[in-house]
Design a protein around this ligand. Structure first.
Ligand code: AMP
Ligand code: MG
Length: 405
């Protein structure tokens, strides 16, 4: 196994990310996804000129200069309500009672809020104004029909969904949720709700991977568990690859006689991009490609699986979903020293504790790749060079795990 660096592994994977797919979905299903084409406004916004306040629609020529010492009395001829416009024009000396969002009646050009009026039966007394056109929301002031409403690449946030609904879009072109398949290998594995027989272990990787994939922007379209049997692994990988653009395999990529993922993948047409990274955990990480379909084979040790998912696979899924993504990083101070006695780069898992403006990082004492406590309770990791040491009180940069954000 010729080991490559973490940086080279990231570069190779980045160069082979499956292309995005697009489809049309209802705006309800599209929440949180990314728009694949510019969307143009169908209507002006606001669609009609309306009032920004509860008050009275009037003619500026009637009320200019009105104040408490110089009140203006107008005749109320009706009401314009939200959803029930008033259809008669306002003539000199007249006012129409109006609500927020209600259409401005013809002839009116100004709204006087209730606060600056006194109402006397069918008359209103205006006691203050600031300017012509006050408290009016003109039609098209925000958007004109044909303006760009949402640019391609925009995340469908609640605000965007609201804009689309306001403009009567019931469906929208979006980037499809990345289609991911999961193949979990290992003859020793049993479902977690069964009692292990001799030598058997409960499958932990399936639930870890399904939960993190479901929390990403991807959809799991195929999921299987196979024995370490070449035909079973081959069939599993083939079906997985037919169904999805990204195939994630757990286990079976090491050096043992029962590590069959590489030969099985080769048999169904995958070509190796690399096998082996100078890293701990996750040394035998395997990446291959068949046409546009990417296969990432994760070493089965639980920490390797989860750490490699967070570091390598999540960015792939984000890119396939049309999202921008960078691992979030924070600065901290080491609480303890830790020496990496290996000649591979170590993902040193740490817990963070913040008090005041200081964040301390405590490395887990037990960092082996089967010791799930070292990642289950970790906030992130520090990359420690081969044979390097991080000293107590040293300032370090922690890459946060996506689930601790
Ligand atoms: P492998 O990468 O298949 O050689 O597996 C390495 C170690 O991880 C072995 O001790 C396996 O039993 C363990 N392992 C593999 N798959 C799983 C899994 N799905 N859940 C828990 N442990 C696993
Ligand atoms: Mg195995």
């Amino acid at each position: 196994m010729d080991l490559i660096s973490i940086q080279d592994a990231v570069k190779i994977i980045q160069n082979h990310i499956p292309p995005v797919r697009t489809e049309q979905l209802s705006i309800e299903q599209a929440a949180g996804l990314v728009i694949s084409q510019d969307v143009l406004a169908r209507d002006d916004s606001p669609p009609f000129t309306n009032s920004a306040m509860d008050g009275f629609a009037v003619k500026w020529s009637d009320v200019a200069g009105a104040k408490e010492s110089n009140p203006v009395k107008l005749h109320i001829i009706g009401e314009s309500r939200a959803g029930i416009p008033f259809h008669q024009p306002v003539e000199p000396g007249q006012a129409v009672q109006i609500n927020t969002g209600a259409e401005l009646p013809e002839g009116a050009d100004t709204v006087v809020p209730v606060e600056h009026t006194l109402q006397e039966e069918d008359h209103v007394v205006i006691t203050g104004v600031t300017g012509k056109g006050q408290f009016i929301r003109p039609a098209g002031a925000e958007l004109k029909s044909g303006d760009v409403l949402c640019k391609a690449g925009t995340n469908l946030t609640p605000g965007c969904l609201g804009m689309l609904a306001s403009q009567g879009f019931d469906s929208i072109n979006i980037i499809t949720r990345p289609r991911v398949s999961l193949v979990v290998t290992g003859s020793e594995l049993i479902p977690y709700d069964l009692k292990p027989g001799p030598g058997q272990i409960r499958d932990a990787n399936s639930i870890m991977l399904t939960s993190v994939i479901n929390a990403s922007n991807a959809q799991i379209v195929f999921n299987t568990r196979t024995d370490d049997n070449i035909n079973a692994v081959r069939q599993g990988i083939n079906k997985a690859a037919d169904a999805a653009d990204l195939v994630i395999v757990s286990g079976g990529v090491s050096m043992g006689p029962h590590d069959l993922v590489k030969p099985a993948a080769r048999k169904v047409g995958f070509e190796k991009l690399f096998w082996g990274v100078r890293q701990k955990p996750g040394k035998p990480l395997y990446v291959a490609k068949r046409e546009q379909t990417l296969l990432i084979g994760l070493p089965g040790n639980m920490v390797s699986t989860l750490n490699c998912y967070a570091f390598y696979i999540l960015p792939v899924i984000k890119k396939m979903a049309g999202k921008t993504f960078e691992h979030k990083k924070v600065k901290a101070v080491m609480n303890k020293s830790f020496s990496n006695t290996d000649n591979r780069t170590l993902f040193l898992r740490v817990r963070l504790k913040t008090s005041g403006n200081k964040t301390m990082a405590t490395p887990f004492a037990k960092q082996d790749s089967h010791m799930l406590t070292s990642i289950g309770q970790a906030h992130g990791f520090i990359l420690v060079e081969p044979n390097g040491t991080v000293e107590k009180n040293q300032k370090v940069e922690i890459t946060l795990y996506p689930w601790s954000l």
